[in-house]
Design a binder for this molecule. Sequence first.
Ligand SMILES: *Cc1c(COP(=O)(O)O)cnc(C)c1O
Length: 468
Amino acid sequence: MNWDDYTRWGEHIARWGGAYHKSLRERPVRAQTRAGDIAAQLPIAPPERPEPMDAIMDDFETIVMPGMTHWQHPRFFAYFPANASPPSMLAEQLVNTVAAQCMLWQTSPAATEVEGVMIDWLRQAMQLPDGFTGVIQDSASSATLSAVLTMRERATGYTGNRDGLAGKGALRIYCSDQVHSSIDRACWVAGIGQDNLVKISTLGPRYGIDPDALDAAIKADIAAGHTPAGIIAITGGTGIGACDTLGPVLTVAKAHDLYTHLDAAWAGSAMICPEFRADFWEDVERFDSIVFNPHKWLGAQFDCSVQFLRDAAPQLNTLKIEPEYLKTTGEAVTNYSEWTIPLGRRFRALKIWFLIRSYGLDGLRTRMRNHVLWAGELCAAIRELDGFEITTEPMFSLFSFRCPGDDAMQQTLVDALNDDGRIYVTQGAFDGQKIIRFQVGQFDTTRDDVMLALDVIQEVWQAINDAS
Ligand SMILES: *Cc1c(COP(=O)(O)O)cnc(C)c1O
């Protein structure tokens, strides 16, 4: 392909993209495909001869697109959103086009400097104190792994990387039983081990960690000769949106000199709204590390995960490595690859810059406030449906419910809703039962989209009952 063809196809794809997004409401949200359907349409062996771009593009439309689930559909109510606002998509196209590898300041000074300023814009938007710095990672999983490794190194006097962990006894990390599986995996790969991740029960309407149980578990571990290393708290757990009450958790952590990390991957975006900040994030500035994903609710195209650090030194002491070929000379600069596990890094800050400038913080706040409002309205309406019950109340814009019947019936309804195609929801577990999760957060969703879900749920439920 020459660069004139590249331009022509680029224009074609930009037009295709606009039309695609405008057509989304007419498409089923979840792919209506059976396992193996797509692979069966692809040649088994790679071509030896070049093929023309129009043949490739045709196959993309006829083979690939029918097998896509539409995450940017305004009636995507499953999992959490992965919002790609149009300005952030344009920024990604520029980043793809320039295709720089931004591992060091000198390998693209603008990428590093825009990243530093974007971290600081978001710090201000979330009212974190001056002095917090941070880094953009690919995912919350990577940021949490960085924090767990830092806990490990700090608790071992920064000897784990050098000597390994043999003979160091059990390092213990504490969290509630509502955390995301990325915390378990971080403990696996950091050499902490699943059995040394201590999950504490929760209490209260927000399902926050029980601080007395937390303190008791730490004291029991010390008495048993174990080494407490850190605490991971959550704002907005994946299952039902559980939120720890931060102050008491931090007080326990400080009493035992533990490193603290806060997983706010989804709900953190809402903290640019002062009312949520006041309600959920009192004392947040006492955390050592905080992660949230602008690629979820805020609107920056995947992937974009921000990790704030109260003091970057412990994480740099854990992760920084400087072989000769990576050494740079001259002015004091930030090399963000020293803050993370991967060396290579994309220019992820550009999409935050495009996003915030295009909507202003106020435009982004309005969206999230509407989502919370509409989730509350829909929740109230589902509560009134005959035999339906609300199993967990709205946390931000996430709630869960059950239809009449057993666990199998919940799954039947979820599957029937997703086969219908007008909305997409996923199931979850709470209190030993299957629940139906509903979250509002897609960037283009309207109140009508959200309230249409009520009609769809009633119609599909009626059809299931008529058929049985
Ligand atoms: C989505 C999510 C994660 C994982 O995020 P990735 O960026 O996909 O690694 C972790 N914790 C919570 C609470 C989440 O919602």
